[in-house]
Ligand binder design. Structure first.
Ligand code: NAP
Ligand code: GCO
Length: 284
């Protein structure tokens, strides 16, 4: 095989994944490490950072982890300075940290709204702003944002999250527009419905042991009739972090099993016996 595959290597790169103690962030970081990168990550408290370090250790990865709340600019600036001192300049940033609050909008408090906007939209602004100067000086960089189906579609009870993820799509396009001249690419991953702790409530069985109606709904909207697994997204994350994607900029790449292309079928027509069951213990 020729040298072409080297375009997908992250050898010698420093990759920062925010909120990466578990879930999609952990999967992205493991993929980056296995592609040659040095992985740095933050999470909201030491317990989660320790949990993440242990998980990386299980994968044979010596990660750099530190407590940092992405909504606090002083903590983010301190984190970036510590990484630059102890690991090196950050080449790749994945703005993965995120929260969701599922509350009917007319019942949502401004404080609840603001918490979601702060983490899901202002956090990516703060973290991107912190890494851009060094990327501009270096003349290269990759910023990957965690968009969502809710960057395109709405649904009941997720108004703040949809507004944040819609805004994050435009922030992705604006970073592309303003910093492409420095050979910095900013794109977004747009996952469908992936089995992680964030979506676990949507799969919880009902009191009588029957399937959660939302679980059945999402399978009826997905041609493969299954939820995504975190490993389904690892290849795209490495691609967008690698030189192979240097001419892709400002794009949201949807990795949703076909949800955004499919009108869906009657949930009552589904045959649960054909479902590829999710092992919730692995839906980390
Ligand atoms: P998750 O399981 O909820 O993990 C999110 C991580 O971010 C957690 O470790 C969380 O810590 C951390 N975090 C939250 N607030 C933070 C803050 N202020 N500073 C630093 N870290 C913070 O989420 P996920 O399912 O892996 O999703 C990861 C990203 O992809 C999110 O942005 C999500 O919106 C997006 N996404 C997920 C799906 C999906 O189906 N799962 C689909 C589309 C997009 P705590 O445990 O303290 O909250
Ligand atoms: C929800 C889910 C979604 C997913 C994801 C879909 O309540 O509808 O949590 O928002 O997290 O964003 O792409």
């Amino acid at each position: 095989m020729g040298d072409f595959l080297k375009n997908f290597s992250l050898e010698g790169k420093v990759a920062w994944v925010t909120g990466a103690s578990y879930g999609l962030g952990l999967a992205y970081a493991v993929a980056f490490a296995e592609s040659g990168a040095k992985v740095v990550f933050n999470d909201i408290n030491q317990e989660l950072v320790d949990k993440g370090l242990a998980e990386y250790e299980k994968h044979g990865i010596k990660a750099f982890g530190k407590v940092c709340d992405v909504t606090k600019e002083d903590q983010v600036q301190e984190f970036v300075a510590a990484v630059e001192k102890e690991v090196g300049t950050i080449d790749i940033l994945v703005n993965n940290a995120g929260i969701i609050k599922r509350i009917p909008m007319h019942e949502m408090s401004v404080d609840q709204w603001q918490q979601v906007i702060d983490v899901d939209l202002t956090g990516p602004f703060i973290c991107s702003k912190a890494v851009l100067p060094a990327m501009m000086k270096k003349g290269s960089g990759k910023i990957i944002n965690a968009c969502s189906m809710m960057s395109e579609f709405g649904r009941e009870t997720v108004s703040a999250y949809a507004a944040a993820k819609g805004g994050l799509k435009m922030l992705t396009r604006n970073i592309c527009s303003e910093y492409g001249q420095y050979n910095i690419q900013c794109n977004a991953i747009g996952p469908g419905y992936i089995a992680t702790p964030q979506t676990a409530p949507l799969r919880e069985k009902q009191a009588d042991g029957s399937m959660n109606p939302f679980d059945r709904f999402i399978r009826s909207k997905t041609p493969a009739q299954r939820w995504g697994k975190t490993e389904d997204l690892m290849g795209l994350a490495v691609f967008l972090a690698s030189p192979a994607s240097d001419f892709i900029n400002g794009q949201v790449v949807y990795i949703d099993g076909g949800i955004s292309a499919y009108i869906g079928q009657d949930p009552n027509n589904l045959d649960p016996s054909k479902f590829a069951d999710i092992d919730e213990s692995t839906a980390q």
